[in-house]
Design a binder for this molecule. Structure first.
Ligand SMILES: [Mg+2]
Length: 288
């Protein structure tokens, strides 16, 4: 199955965005709003994303929220939106409010000891150049390695990590191009749950993401909002709509902005159906 949201269903969703006093647009960052980059500090959003998000925020009618696996403050210079939107970092372990207030879950000693042991393992493998250290989490990235080398790195990392994680009750989660050991107490679905609880029950909500960790948020939002897989290739997912970045993503954001700019009784122009290169796909049952 490709898209379970019909064209009419999507049109209805944007009509709700146009009518509702408040809505929420919740977004993953890497792979969703940006290309992946070997140097993570250079993973800027696709051209056009930042001004669209800024304009959507400026309407005052949509709460824009980022939920990322990175540390929250890493996204501020990349997004270049001032004031920055609300950002949940480390898969929901930390929350950076748009007024600058920062909250983070406390990290217990057993977790710290396990992450230290996992880091020693990476040291011994001489793979520190692939590591990403975050509070309550350690990730290894092999996206830019050749396939054989990536498989080798994965095998050697997991050989040591599995028992360390098991002893400390930490999660090991694979993502596109890497693996991460982290505290099991929060995931993107928990962050989504909190965001929903803070919204009016009738408020339209969408979540856009590309990776396995985004599936937790899709499952929480399922039946309540729009779940959008943003990815060049389709894969099995709990999302009900698939967009190919960047063209279809930009069309989606443009349509969202137009909805926010509508008067409550106005109609929403369907820019995605008029943009030749940015059409949403509705080919039921047809994979790319
Ligand atoms: Mg991602």
């Amino acid at each position: 199955m490709l898209n379970t949201v019909s064209k009419l269903g999507l049109q209805d969703f944007f009509h709700k965005v146009a009518r509702a006093p408040q809505s929420a647009l919740v977004l993953d960052y890497d792979g969703t709003l940006s290309h992946f980059r070997l140097n993570r500090t250079e993973a800027f959003p696709y051209s056009g994303v930042t001004p669209l998000l800024q304009e959507i925020m400026a309407t005052g009618r949509t709460r824009v929220v980022l939920i990322t696996g990175r540390r929250a403050d890493e996204l501020i210079p990349l997004l270049a939106i001032s004031p920055h939107p609300e950002i949940w970092g480390i898969h929901g372990l930390e929350r950076l409010h748009n007024d600058g207030l920062h909250e983070i879950e406390p990290i217990d000693q057993r977790t710290l000891d396990a992450l230290s042991a996992a880091d020693d393992w990476i040291d011994n493998l001489k793979l520190q150049h692939l590591a990403e250290h975050k509070p309550g989490s350690l990730a290894v990235h092999w996206r830019d390695l050749p396939e054989d080398a990536a498989r080798d790195v994965r095998g050697r990392v997991l050989l040591g990590w599995l028992s360390i994680a098991d002893r400390a009750c930490l999660n090991i989660e694979e993502f596109d191009g890497g693996v991460e050991m982290r505290m099991a107490i929060r995931n993107k679905g928990d962050a989504m749950q909190t965001i929903l609880a803070e919204m009016d029950v009738a408020a339209p909500v969408a979540y856009l993401g590309d990776d396995q960790s985004d599936e937790d948020a899709f499952r929480v939002l399922d039946g309540r909002g729009l779940c959008v897989l943003v990815r060049p290739q389709w894969r099995e997912t709990a999302a009900n709509l698939w967009l190919r970045p960047p063209a279809q993503l930009l069309a989606f954001l443009r349509t969202w902005l137009e909805a926010c700019l509508q008067k409550p009784s106005g109609s929403v122009r369907e820019s995605w159906t008029t943009d030749r290169d940015a059409g949403l796909r509705h080919e039921q049952g047809k994979h790319a």
